[in-house]
Ligand binder design. Structure first.
Ligand code: FES
Length: 653
């Protein structure tokens, strides 16, 4: 019979195979990524490929018509019923008869590359933990009694080379009917997580089930919960939504929730129930919005800070409220989604919670590290994610360090006299004219600046209600640039600053941004107390970053990445004027958007990414700011705007 040369593009993999070998088999033998759900039965069409004919000097081969076998009955039937694109063949049916070049289109690649939309586009290889496979199961035999699951597992082993899978009750309950209805052919959703864990059946459908399957990437923050419903074949996000974390009613910030758990019997359980209800509502809403059956959602990936992690998993967070801040586990957690209380998706869906970096640096920071990959960076990158705590990562290929710094909630608008959450009506942008000292601002939900005609109508009946985190940061930075406050953060008097907007407040001064009291509205001013709160928060952030820089032995970083809502809304210039971040050229500061959510999506789509972050988290050097003697020193020096001693040379440019 002889052999024929087969060359696959775009991989370039090549080898000799016996004449008559189906293309799918040749691909498997040569390690070419060609998909198949039906196991070569000519049903799923995932194995489609395109033979190329003619002369290929690059490959040193000429391909003649007839290099592949003509369509057989199975392939013709598929073509008649569902239609193959011109030139396409089913790889499981077409046999190699002579030397041939075969192109594998992206949609036939199981591990297709998905390019991320993030500013720094990196490709992620699709390799989800749960996939569909079709199997033909032996019928029961009176003479050799065995259970349906055991025969299914034997078939999975023989046809897909898979170790025996466990089946939760939810799957077992439907197995017998599916097998008989499908004439002993079924498609199963097979979950293969950690290489050392047994695979697990997530669902079973009679005959061929095409999918697609979906997963939820969840970023569980203390204030908001965001979730992305993601197609597990293409990596595409089909719907996204966010809700407030209902635990807020038990405490604004993390520590107050930990205290609630300490002070109230059953308090932790109440908070667990609240967050789980919100997760279920989110999942339910996303499925409805995307028109996806809840049953098709077979995976969830969760990223969160340590306190949220424990509360979501139903673990009392009391140990996280006191030194030495021991976690129940810092490893990744792989469980049934139902154990996480996620019951509005497939009843046998699986859940994966990213590993924790340390007692204060959670899986959300691990997700940021996964998304930003500092360990692959040649230059030294500082990644800052600010919520109630700042999570700070510094590193490059040589080493990566992480710490968390207690900034408090001032950057989120809390503890600010007119502060509020980022919601319609909140001032989010501020500019102050250095000559006239007059402010103009923008509020969330309105496209106009306050000095533009039609602003009052555009803001609507709700009016201007307060100032949010990015607004107060810009306001203080603008006040500094306009000479309204000095380097120590002190607000000058009206006489000293020449601004009628500066009004006395006790023994200090405030700067009035917006006064609507005449019409029953609020007075929104930046008080001396507000500035002090921002100074404390920014000093903690900067001191944390400096501590990591000390460890590496540098006094500059190459670039800064601002993650999270903070990064998306705070301008690099204003952050630098306040000395929140170390001195770097402004064009070396980048916002990474919701990097934690992106990290969750990457982990959802790729088992390799899960292994990578599990390994990297072990390697990250943890720095505990609370016990570092130099933290206090850095903190005090960072109180000035921008800093008492560190030169902020870039600001002078
Ligand atoms: Fe399913 Fe070819 S492998 S149609």
């Amino acid at each position: 019979q002889g052999e024929a040369l087969v060359i696959f593009t775009p991989s370039g993999k090549r080898g000799l195979v016996p004449v008559g070998t189906p293309v799918l088999d040749a691909a498997r033998r040569l390690g070419v990524d060609l998909d198949s759900v039906c196991g070569g039965r000519g049903i799923c069409s995932k194995c489609q490929c395109t033979p190329a004919y003619g002369s290929f000097p690059k490959h040193g081969v000429t391909v003649a018509e007839g290099a592949l076998s003509p369509m057989n009955a199975v392939e013709r039937r598929y073509d008649e019923k569902r239609g193959l694109k011109p030139g396409r063949r089913l790889g499981c049916q077409a046999q190699i008869l002579a030397d041939v070049v075969i192109d594998v289109p992206p949609e036939s690649q199981l591990h297709r590359q998905v390019v991320r939309k993030a500013a720094e586009a990196r490709a992620v290889e699709m390799d989800p933990a749960t996939r569909l496979v079709m199997v033909e199961v032996a019928e029961p035999d009176m003479h050799a009694p065995s259970g349906d699951l055991e025969r299914l597992n034997a078939a999975l082993g023989a046809q897909w080379d898979v170790a025996p899978a466990t089946a939760p009750l939810a799957v077992l309950a439907g197995l017998q009917q599916a097998l008989r209805k499908g004439g002993w052919q079924v498609t199963v959703a097979l979950h293969q997580g950690h290489s050392d864990a047994a695979p697990c059946l997530v669902d079973v459908w009679p005959g061929f089930f095409e999918g697609p399957l979906f997963g939820l990437a969840i970023d569980l923050g203390s204030t908001t919960i965001a979730a992305h419903l993601t197609d597990l074949t293409t990596g595409e996000v089909r719907a996204s939504a966010g809700v407030m974390n209902p635990q807020i009613r038990f405490g604004e910030d993390l520590m107050s929730r930990v205290s609630y758990a300490m002070m109230n019997p059953g308090g932790a359980a109440d908070m667990t129930a609240a967050v789980r209800a919100a997760l279920n509502d989110l999942a339910h809403g996303l499925a409805a919005e995307a028109g996806v059956e809840p049953r098709a959602i077979v995976e969830a990936v969760l990223v969160c800070n340590p306190v949220m992690h424990h509360l979501a998993l139903g673990i009392d967070p009391v140990e996280l409220g006191q030194a030495p801040f021991a976690l129940a586990t810092s490893d990744a957690v792989e469980i049934a989604a139902a154990d996480l209380g996620l019951v509005s998706i497939n009843p046998a869906a699986r859940a994966y919670v990213l590993p924790m970096i340390a007692g204060h640096v959670g899986a959300d920071a691990a997700a940021v590290a996964l998304s930003e990959a500092p360990e692959q960076s040649d230059d030294l990158v500082l990644i800052v994610d600010v919520g109630t705590n700042a999570e700070i990562i510094l590193g490059n290929r040589a080493r990566v360090l992480a710490c968390s710094s207690p900034t408090g909630p001032a950057f989120e608008g809390a503890q600010i006299s007119a502060g509020q959450r980022a919601a319609p009506g909140a001032i989010e942008r501020v500019r102050i004219d250095p000559a006239t000292k007059e402010p103009r601002f923008r509020v969330i939900g309105c496209d106009l600046w306050s000095d533009e005609p039609g602003f009052a109508e555009a803001v609507g009946a709700g009016g201007v209600t307060g100032i949010c985190g990015s607004g107060i940061i810009e306001a203080v930075a603008e006040m500094r640039m306009a000479g309204l406050i000095d380097a120590s953060g002190l607000v000058g008097s009206a006489a000293a600053t020449g601004s009628a907007r500066v009004v006395p407040e006790g023994r200090t001064h405030s700067y009035v941004l917006h006064d609507a009291r005449a019409s029953g509205g609020p007075l929104i001013a930046v008080t001396q107390g507000d500035i002090r709160a921002i100074q404390l928060a920014k000093s903690a952030l900067y001191a944390g970053a400096r501590l990591l820089m000390d460890r590496i032995g540098v006094d500059r970083v190459d670039r800064v990445v601002l993650a999270g809502a903070f990064g998306a809304h705070v301008s690099p210039l204003h952050a630098m004027v306040l000395g929140m971040i170390p001195d770097v050229p402004l064009d070396h500061v980048r916002s990474a958007g919701n990097a934690a959510g992106t990290g969750a999506r990457i982990a959802l789509c790729s088992r390799a990414a899960r292994r990578l972050i599990e390994m990297n988290v072990r390697r990250i050097e943890k720095v505990e700011t609370a016990i570092e003697p130099r933290f206090q020193e850095h903190f005090v020096a960072a109180n000035a705007l921008p800093h008492a001693v560190d030169p902020f040379a870039e600001l002078a440019r």
